[in-house]
Write a new protein. Structure first.
Length: 320
């Protein structure tokens, strides 16, 4: 495929540029990329196989609609075929054979590197014609120093060529760095291993909290194509072998509607309500409770009223 060429601003403004949206909410369109980050052996691959099924079926991922069935090529280097079959069998048993036949999994056994084997990868992309290429885990497909911005920039240029040449989107599964801090206030985004080039390259970053005592875990989102803050809480369902998702903001808002009953309350009282009735989201961490409160304020669901040295909060009328 020819390389991109300059175009005039008039052409840019006069041309109709149809967006091939894969997942609503600014999560993924054709040509975009996603980074899914988590601690090693924390359920990342389980979340990714759930995600892959929803892409193939045209289902729903974490409350976001996948707008049509998509063809995928899932490159993975951690599980041999027998173990991979066992892992996905319950989740994929109800997917139509027609859809399954048009998507592919490639167990590379650690023998394929993105840069060195670009020609081999291109051959398979040409034959399978996927909409989405999934790479799991990223570290098994290169030999670069992930903290070296120059090396990783060269690596991502190869992925850029693959995206452009084959008109596809790319999803990368990646690990957290080794724990160096016990701070509970640290953003999950800051735990992603490697150079900042990585997050700069992708359009959407989704990171998953490590296992917790309650079983509930935070997901943090960073999206280039959406101005709306996204918060999700997930919990592994032993029966379905999948993650159930919750929207904590909606649940906390419903609770405050019930408990505040149209009245205004001091900020400390609102925090106490969140801690008492939504502890499965924030545990005993007041910082997390304040984060939820601040998010409700930033989205104009909670209004702030200052009275002397006291700060009151009340629900906005349109939050009903």
């Amino acid at each position: 495929m020819d390389k991109p060429v300059p175009l005039s601003f008039l052409t840019l403004l006069k041309t109709d540029w149809p967006e091939d949206v894969f997942i609503e909410g600014g999560i993924l369109s054709r040509g975009d990329s996603i980074l899914l980050g988590a601690e090693s052996k924390a359920g990342k691959s389980t979340l990714l196989t759930n995600f892959t099924r929803e892409l193939i079926e045209g289902g729903e991922f974490l409350g976001f609609k996948v707008l049509k069935p998509l063809k995928v090529l899932y490159m993975q280097a951690e599980l041999r075929e027998p173990r991979l079959k066992i892992r996905i069998m319950p989740k994929y048993s109800k997917v139509s054979e027609k859809l399954l036949e048009s998507s592919f999994v490639w167990n590379t056994r650690g023998l394929i590197l993105i840069e060195k084997d670009e020609a081999e990868i291109s051959k398979h992309l040409k034959n399978t014609t996927p909409d989405v290429l999934l790479i799991d885990p990223l570290s098994n497909f290169h030999t670069n120093d992930e903290n070296n911005a120059t090396e990783m920039s060269k690596f991502f240029r190869v992925l850029d060529r693959l995206k452009f040449d084959f008109g596809l989107s790319i999803v990368l599964a990646h690990h957290f760095r080794k724990a160096q801090s016990t701070k509970t206030t640290e953003s999950l985004m800051e735990k992603i291993r490697g150079s900042s080039v990585m997050r700069g390259w992708v359009d959407t970053t989704i990171v998953m909290e490590s296992r917790t005592k309650t079983g509930y875990r935070r997901l943090e989102f960073d999206t280039r194509n959406s101005d709306q803050p996204i918060k999700r809480i997930i919990k592994y369902n032993e029966k379905t072998k999948e993650f159930d998702w919750h929207d904590p903001i909606t649940e906390i808002l419903e609770m405050l509607r019930d408990k505040m009953d149209g009245e205004r309350l001091l900020t400390t009282q609102v925090i106490s309500l969140i801690m008492k009735h939504c502890g499965h989201f924030v545990s005993t961490n007041r910082t997390k409770a304040f984060e939820m409160k601040d998010l409700l304020i930033s989205t104009n669901m909670l209004l702030v009223e200052n009275e002397g040295k006291s700060v009151y909060l009340k629900l906005a009328e349109n939050s009903e």
